[in-house]
Design a protein around this ligand. Sequence first.
Ligand code: EPZ
Length: 443
Amino acid sequence: MTAVNPKADVLHVVGGKPLTGSIHVRGAKNFVSKAMVAALLAPGVSILKNVPEIRDVQVVSDLLRLHGVSVDVEPEEGVVTIDATHVELADVADVDTLSGSSRIPILFSGPLLHRLGEAFIPALGGCKIGSRPIDFHLETLRKLGAKVDKEHEAGIHITAPDGLHGAKIHLPYPSVGATEQTLLAAVLAEGKTELSGAATEPEIMDLVAVLQKMGAQISVDVDRTIRIEGVKSLQGYRHTSLPDRIEAASWASAALATHGDIFVRGAHQPDMMTYLNVFRKIGGEFDVRDDGIRFWHPGGDLKPVAIETDVHPGFMTDWQQPLVVAMTQAKGLSIVHETVYENRFGFTKPLVQMGATIQLYRECLGSLPCRFQQRNFEHSAVIFGPTPLTGQDIDVPDLRGGFSHLIAALAASGPSEVHGISLIDRGYEDFRDKLVALGADID
Ligand code: EPZ
């Protein structure tokens, strides 16, 4: 993938055709990037398989290379080989050029502290779907003994003059990133770490598996407590990534929204159970096979559903946006209560311009405990359908919102122009080719 040509960053879509056919989903974006960072913990070679060709992999590869690590990516085979025998401090300005595109740099902290005694974390990027602070990350690092200097003008300078030491840490919210931060920092810390209130997403469990292969001692209790016993050294790993359950669900929602029929090779039922329950409730049909899942719209009306996004094993926040497009085609009132991010409904505005009826509310329209209660965030949505959608010019706002706009354009009658389409390359491998394979009329 090379630099984006603004003229080539527009996708012309003529909607109204059901998406039908078969596509292949490879490894999970939100695991692969973390497993690549884990390789930094050990001098030696790590080999990661089932890696998709997406921009986040490119960004992490570049970040690792800036730190003197050798990274060899074979995109066709989906194999990344990382040799972290040599690690050095990166030039601050060089790291800064990559920081706007991802939140991964913060996870370099623990490994760099262990290997070099210091780390520099630039201002972070990632999707604009809320304020996305890093207070849990920094508090975790401090508890393990790191000194965090936020006065540096270009970012945060972190040091550990006396090394990292095991600690008792509690997360006020089961943050995925802060859990990963703790794992990556505590595996080589001296002594025991107890992390309560941890996130337990399948991608985190796969990271625990990688760390165990590397020699780490980690146990996960049923009550969201993770215990880590620091070891003196780790070794490289060989691992095959779990499939991307967000991408798989996105294509499933695309099948629903376009009255289509898509076989998602690689989709893995156990990680998608909560999504599959909702998919069935709204009226979609699926067939779980050995090598993937077939998703289809059986004809007739879709049914309205009420969902609340939550941490695992709840309904993932990243599943919500593509499904909202399908909800615009269900007969009646559907409700989405977003409890993970305070500001994840910006993507609904273009859908309304396309003809959808969606009303946003500050109130919690659901029963889950929610941090945004009594706050000023429009974090609940009511979707009334079915409403015909018509093509529009759309600007991609963020990764998942952008994919949902693409689905809406494919479900709509008439032409649409989707601008800023390269943002979708961050997390959807070869989506243009996949759309063509599914019969989409795109250019
Ligand atoms: C990961 O983000 C994913 N990103 C997100 O996927 C995903 O939506 C999210 O987990 C939840 O599943 C990656 O893995 C790269 P969090 P992360 O820490 O780790 C608050 C996608 O489209 N919080 O679990 O950044 C935070 O503001 C992306 O693939 C703090 O308050 O998410 C949010 O409200 C988008 N302080 C909540 O916790 C902190 O220090 C959950 O965030 C950290 C988080």
